[in-house]
Design a protein around this ligand. Structure first.
Ligand code: WTA
Length: 671
């Protein structure tokens, strides 16, 4: 059960949407996924997955079992098979004579470029695997990767996979403290980082955060990290600890270009990826090798209609998120795709940078997030209109519900009114896409992810776990195990069971609200727990609250995600100051100073992405008699709505107090 109040999101505003866009006959005829795919999966679901695993993935030892669900909810897929993920992503393409195919068109933010073929990738991943081995990393050791979007980031992940060392990528925007807690939880042996990366036209630093994260701190001993491997990207000066720190290029130069991939069991851990849950402590989501790789390849091939020989694919996600894992690294490379990898921001040096890249590389499949689309909408359609986007033939969306206006804009302005849009629902926990149209089959609807993929069983249920009829709303659940499902939370089996499997008996509870329309299509409505979605990034209200109360001036804090036109949600914090500090916020300057201090504090504790957009200093927080904060009421305040039903409050005058206080100009502050 989520630890705090859950509120089903409003079903209004949606489902007045009746437009539908069937694929063109030409697209449908050439599509990888035909309607028969649904039938095949339905006829024999496990047999279907076994076929996908055999067809899309190479096994060094073939499996004979498909699914072992006897230890549910921990699944074992293809468990007696062996394979290597890096071999699948790289070597087998070279062995099949496709070594000259471009794997990555890298574009640095400053404009430097690099073309990496599959043969290049094989050499570099092999060298990196040898370098890791010579630094003492062996099968089962954890490696934390804290890097910008570079070719080296992909190489680092694959080198880990090659030696069977699970990687844990930490998004480069997380702070030293956030990095430290992840390194400690994973008990990592080695960290791979860079001096820095380019962001918004300037080099930003990464190494100092690593130095801070791994040494002794505040009475805590040093972490388990033995070595730090440092990629040189920006040439800025870095502090150096002899014996511990090693330059990536030095280590690779010394290493042999031959490395034999280590076959691992299908259930060997491939990676741990930390994500926000409903408590303050991030969850290390554990994924294993065989099932994950199978579903990554299957979804990438069918949802994006990938034709590896001719398509140029581009997923704009950072490798620090699951989308970067599955749809920059494992899915496309396992399928032998050619892709674009871009280091920087969409508006550097100008707001047409993405579209310039689409034109330059003739990108045919683009996968991005609604927040990016809405930002481009705000910048105006003249900007994309200045570039030739006619190469685009499939568009994808991920990370949050896409509003119909943004969907239509994406289709018309970017997709030339012809490219199908696949709105893909999934999570860090699901490992790969679960609900999405198939571009050659489904008549797409603006704003809906629509249907579970062949092989996946999803439903919308009410509070009693009963399937709701068409037209009804409730909670999204997954009713059958799937190959790329999480195998647990690192080191915390009980939390895994409690979080996902205790809300509804035998069903995976995703934490999302959903509705079925009259055709039975699924519309995702956002989180029903205390997880926010800001620019497609998952943030926990509780985690930000913990960060706020760890500051001296704060007595209590409550955080909500308020609707935001561009970022989906924005972080709004309500804080009660400690008695002796309450006076400080009584003048506009004083309040501003406190708010700034708290924002910076959150950035330091978690990372700039978690900084509250607004911080409101309030005298009280609305609580139920059992002491739970009623975020629903705070959300009303944050979204400037009339405050809803407050009758269950322990003290019903609290909302008046809050509203009265907020009327004063000193109490609100926006970036
Ligand atoms: C949300 C990102 C609506 C959802 C892959 C989910 C979506 C959370 C969609 C997972 C979509 C993701 N439509 N909502 N197409 N895709 N979400 O773990 O709330 O970063 O639970 O994985 O994002 O976020 P995560």
């Amino acid at each position: 059960m989520p630890e705090n109040e859950t509120t089903a999101p409003s079903l209004e505003n949606l489902l007045h949407e009746t437009r539908a866009f069937p694929p063109s006959p030409a697209f449908a005829a050439q599509a990888n996924a035909q309607p028969s795919l649904y039938e095949e999966a339905k006829a024999d679901r496990l047999g279907f997955w076994a076929d996908q695993a055999r067809e899309l993935v190479s096994w060094s030892t073939p499996f004979t079992q498909t699914l072992d669900w006897s230890e549910a909810p921990v699944a074992r897929w293809f468990a007696d098979g062996q394979l290597n993920a890096a071999y699948n992503a790289v070597d087998r393409h070279v062995e099949a004579g496709r070594g000259d195919r471009v794997a990555i068109h890298f574009e640095g933010e400053p404009g430097d470029t690099r073309t990496v073929t599959y043969a290049d990738l094989q050499r570099e991943v092999s060298r990196a695997a040898n370098a890791l081995t010579s630094l003492g990393v062996t099968k089962g050791d954890r490696v934390v990767i804290y890097l910008p979007m570079l070719v080296e980031s992909v190489v680092a992940m694959l080198a880990c996979a090659r030696i069977g060392a699970p990687h844990s990528v930490v998004f480069g925007g997380f702070s030293a403290d956030a990095l430290r807690s992840r390194i400690a939880d994973a008990e990592a042996k080695l960290v791979i980082t860079a001096d820095g990366g380019y962001r918004r036209g300037a080099p930003s630093a990464l190494k100092p955060a690593v130095d801070e994260a791994i040494g002794p701190k505040d009475g805590e001993p040093a972490t388990t990290v033995e070595h730090v491997l440092v990629v040189r990207r920006t040439e800025q000066d870095v502090d150096w600890t002899e014996g511990r720190d090693v330059w990536w290029h030095d280590a690779l130069e010394r290493a042999d270009t031959f490395h034999e991939p280590v076959p691992v069991d299908a259930e060997h851990p491939l990676f741990i990826l930390y994500t926000s849950g409903t408590t303050g402590k991030p969850k290390g989501i554990l994924h294993t090798t065989g099932g994950y790789l199978t579903q990554a390849a299957y979804t990438h091939k069918n949802v994006f209609d990938l034709k590896a020989e001719s398509d140029v694919y581009w997923c704009t996600a950072d490798i620090g998120w699951v989308t970067g894992h599955t749809y920059v690294v494992y899915g496309p490379l396992t399928n032998g795709a050619t892709q674009v990898l871009y280091e920087g921001t969409p508006d550097t040096p100008h707001r047409g940078r993405w579209w310039e890249l689409v034109e330059k590389y003739k990108v045919s499949i683009l996968y991005t997030a609604p927040t990016a689309i809405r930002t481009c909408m705000k910048w105006g359609e003249d900007i994309p209109a200045g570039f030739d986007l006619s190469s685009l033939r499939v568009l994808g969306s991920v990370g949050e519900p896409i509003n119909p206006e943004a969907w239509m804009w994406y289709r018309r302005v970017i997709g030339g009114d012809t490219a199908p849009i696949v709105d893909t629902w999934w999570q860090t926990e699901t490992g790969a896409i679960m609900i999405s149209p198939l571009p050659g089959v489904t008549a797409t609807k603006p704003g809906s992810a629509q249907v579970a993929l062949p092989g996946i069983v999803a439903d919308v249920v009410d509070d009693e776990a009963r399937s709701v009829p068409d037209g009804g709303g409730g909670y999204l659940v997954l009713s059958e195990p799937w190959p790329s499902m999480l195998r647990g939370i690192w080191g915390d089996l009980q939390r895994f069971k409690d979080t996902y499997w205790s809300r509804f008996e035998g069903l995976y509870f995703a934490g999302d609200g959903a509705k079925k329309d009259e055709d039975g299509d699924i519309w995702l409505l956002g989180r029903v727990d205390d997880v926010m979605n800001v620019s497609g990034h998952r943030l926990s209200t509780t985690e930000i609250e913990s960060a706020l109360v760890s500051h001296d001036v704060v007595a209590e804090a409550a955080v909500v995600g308020a609707n935001d036109e561009t970022t989906g949600q924005a972080v709004v914090a309500f804080v009660i100051l400690r008695g002796e500090h309450a006076d400080r916020a009584s003048t506009p300057e004083g309040a501003e100073e406190v708010q700034q201090e708290l924002r910076n504090h959150v950035a330091k504790e978690i990372g700039p992405i978690a900084k509250p957009r607004r911080i409101l200093v309030v005298p009280e927080l609305p609580k139920t008699r059992s002491g739970k904060i009623m975020r629903r009421l705070l959300r009303d305040v944050a979204e400037n709505r009339t405050v809803g039903d407050a009758t269950t409050l322990a003290d019903s005058s609290v909302m008046d107090l809050i509203s009265a206080g907020l009327a004063k100009p000193s109490a609100a502050n926006e970036d």
